[in-house]
Design a protein around this ligand. Structure first.
Ligand SMILES: *Cc1c(COP(=O)(O)O)cnc(C)c1O
Length: 391
């Protein structure tokens, strides 16, 4: 970090997290030294393969599953693609199932994939209803399951509004009817328990850079016996489910990062909750026409998200950035032509609340002083933006 950046404050840990130095250290030997291809027979290959299988065991331990149920991918998006496409195509090939039941607040990696399956492959996509906090009702899932349902997909926790979904109850409903259930846990894995048996999932997506691992690597839990059509074909890596030479250092890094995350999770969460609730309480007090989005209690410990009436989110983010504070609007929408977030639309927010979203997500390095600084800057920025817009 250069001298001029010292006072910059990063409150966008839902977008990505820095690499943990302990993870970087674990990865180091697998670049230039133990560089072998894990599929090769010789000593170089064997050493790389041992590192891949050791990483698989570590990830399996965190998930409470068998190592052979872990498929390595290039990240959260690929894991979601393999889960949704793979399960949908397999269910149709095996039993003619063509109905997809998906929450409307999913990450685009799930939602756009489901839409592509509908547009290009003739699947019927049904979006589940959600309440004003973005929660899916497990009874609604049960009611909407059809004999032709190929897949249900509901995320574990929302990247945009922080809401935690009742995954286990949804999973139970699916399991009773023999329908495959996928959950995107990419955002949840840094803070919530991910043991797959308790969650009742058949498929669970992870992405390492959301829990202090490297970008461009992820995993998909595939419950043994879950029919899945590969999306990327080629060599026989990953039990034929995902072809391509393994990225050994990244896999080692993901496994180490997950191990650290699970062991330190509760300590970080306890601190996050205090800071998060302070931010939520203060923003409610200090900024008029601000409301929390997502569930008030069933939400990620590090996650505070708001809708601000009559404010343009991209202007707000630009002003905060000038003040040295990095936040997000919560969706992938960047500056330019702001469209209302699909998630906020699904919550039923009125039109004049739809454009001013603010997401504040804490990390291991976040301090009380940083939150105080945000609370010092934000009210004035909101007053100035509202005054400018009403001129
Ligand atoms: C970040 C994220 C993804 C995408 O993961 P990548 O590893 O960045 O491809 C998918 N789902 C959720 C909920 C996320 O937060």
């Amino acid at each position: 970090m250069s001298a001029g950046e010292e006072r910059r404050i990063y409150l966008d840990h839902a977008a990505t997290t820095p690499l943990d130095p302990r993870v970087a250290e674990a990865m180091q030997p697998f670049y230039a030294e133990a560089f072998g291809n894990p599929s090769s027979q010789h000593m170089w290959g064997q050493r790389a393969e041992a590192a891949v299988e050791d990483s698989r065991e570590k990830v399996a331990r965190a998930l409470g599953c068998r190592p052979e149920e872990v498929v390595f991918t290039s990240g959260g998006s690929e894991s979601d693609n393999l889960a949704v496409r793979g399960a949908a195509l397999a269910a149709r090939a095996r039993r003619g199932a063509d109905h997809l039941l998906v929450s409307p607040i999913e990450h685009p990696a799930v939602l756009a994939t489901a839409r592509a399956l509908a547009a290009d492959f003739g699947f019927t996509l049904e979006l589940l209803p959600v309440d004003a906090f973005g929660r899916v009702d497990p009874d609604e899932v049960a009611r909407r399951l059809r004999p032709t349902t190929a897949l249900v997909s509901v995320m574990y926790a929302s990247n945009e509004i922080g809401t935690i979904e009742p995954i286990a109850a949804i999973g139970r409903a699916c399991r009773e009817r023999g329908v495959v259930f996928h959950s995107d846990a990419v955002q949840a894995a840094s803070q919530l328990a991910i043991e797959v048996e308790a969650l009742q999932v058949d498929l669970l997506a992870l992405g390492a850079h959301k829990f202090y691992g490297p970008k461009g690597v992820g995993a998909l839990y595939v419950r043994s016996g879950t029919p899945l059509t590969p999306v990327q074909t080629g060599g026989g890596q990953e039990h034929g489910l995902r072809a391509g030479t393994h990225n050994v250092p990244y896999l080692v890094g993901m496994a180490r990062a997950l191990e650290i995350t699970v062991s330190e999770r509760e300590a970080h969460n306890a601190r996050y909750r205090v800071l998060r609730d302070r931010a939520i309480g203060a923003i409610d007090d200090l900024v008029p026409d601000a409301r929390l989005t997502g569930h008030p209690s069933e939400r990620l410990p590090n996650h505070a998200s708001f809708a601000l009436r009559g404010i343009k989110g991209n202007h707000l983010l630009a002003h905060l950035d000038l003040a040295g504070i990095a936040c997000s609007s919560g969706s992938a929408c960047k500056t330019g032509d702001p469209k209302p977030s699909e998630v906020l639309l699904a919550l039923g927010l009125p039109e004049d609340w739809l454009y001013g979203s603010l997401r504040v997500t804490l990390g291991r390095g976040t301090t009380e002083a940083e939150i105080d600084r945000l609370l010092q800057v934000l009210p004035g920025v909101c007053v100035a933006l509202r005054a400018a817009d009403s001129r």
